[in-house]
Design a protein around this ligand. Sequence first.
Ligand SMILES: [Zn+2]
Length: 73
Amino acid sequence: MICPNCGKEIDDNAKICPYCKHDLAADNITASKSGEAADEKKGGLTKSQKTQGLILLAVCIAAIVLCQLFHLK
Ligand SMILES: [Zn+2]
């Protein structure tokens, strides 16, 4: 399995991640609750989606700043 905290490949039966000491037993309890996983897919963003959003935001801010600089001249 993959550690949800550090993303490294670890033993399926491991209760604690050997790399970051993340408590996997606690995660398994929450993950097994019905409906939660589906809700995460619907509402939650993945890490890459969040990163893409931040990049998009940075590009938008840069564009606005550049536009204002041109207007000031
Ligand atoms: Zn880990």
